[in-house]
Write a protein that binds this ligand. Structure first.
Ligand SMILES: CC(C)(COP(=O)(O)OP(=O)(O)OC[C@H]1O[C@@H](n2cnc3c(N)ncnc32)[C@H](O)[C@@H]1OP(=O)(O)O)[C@@H](O)C(=O)NCCC(=O)NCCS
Length: 167
């Protein structure tokens, strides 16, 4: 799939049948970090209506975005995971996935999209800033890896930057 542009990539809603293909690539696409626990099957059972899958012409996985409309916060849509195949990066695929999710959020009456990311994931921070997200600073945040972030945000050990984009 290397060297291809986005012309041959198509977008659709994922189904539970896509679970194996997606969960298989998580560790590799996140640069070898062991992160597949972030994607138990339930995400492909209960959140497919607001998630997106990108497919190359040969049917192989090009990218995905797993997101949902917050049940508790009626103005917020939340992106849990977004990724592009490493061979297809910097061709606008991540942006195209998010744009579809922004449309879902607007259609659901949401005015804010939020996400969190590891502050040392500079690519993720740069990507989100390019898409119009802001990193939340202020109470409880400190400078981690050059980004305002909350130390020990999850499990009392995982640092996270909080990203917010107004629609
Ligand atoms: C983050 C990720 C989804 C971006 O996907 P992508 O398809 O390469 O992103 P796009 O081509 O749509 O990039 C949009 C803009 O984001 C910024 N950007 C993307 N990757 C970047 C990088 N490596 N360095 C700096 N800026 C970057 C650029 O401004 C880019 O626009 P440009 O290419 O015209 O300059 C992809 O790198 C990825 O899958 N990373 C691993 C998983 C991950 O960390 N996900 C995010 C946390 S959940």
């Amino acid at each position: 799939m290397s060297g291809e542009g986005l012309e041959s990539v198509t977008f659709r809603r994922p189904t539970e049948a896509d679970y194996e293909a997606i969960s298989r690539v998580v560790d590799d696409w996140w640069g070898g970090r062991q992160l597949d626990h972030l994607l138990p099957r339930l995400w492909l059972q209960h959140f497919t209506g607001t998630s997106w899958l990108a497919e190359a012409a040969d049917g192989r996985l090009a990218g995905f975005l797993i997101g949902f409309l917050s049940p508790d916060k009626p103005d917020v849509a939340y992106c849990h995971l977004v990724a592009a195949n490493p061979n297809l990066r910097r061709h606008g695929l991540g942006r195209a996935l998010y744009e579809r999710f922004f449309d879902d959020a607007r259609a659901g009456g949401r005015t804010v999209v939020s996400a969190i990311t590891w502050p040392a994931n500079r690519t993720s921070i740069a990507f989100h800033l390019a898409l119009g997200f802001e990193v939340q600073a202020g109470t409880g945040s400190q400078n981690l890896y050059g980004t305002p972030a909350r130390a020990g945000y999850d499990f009392d050990r995982e640092d996270r930057a909080i990203l917010v984009r107004r629609l």
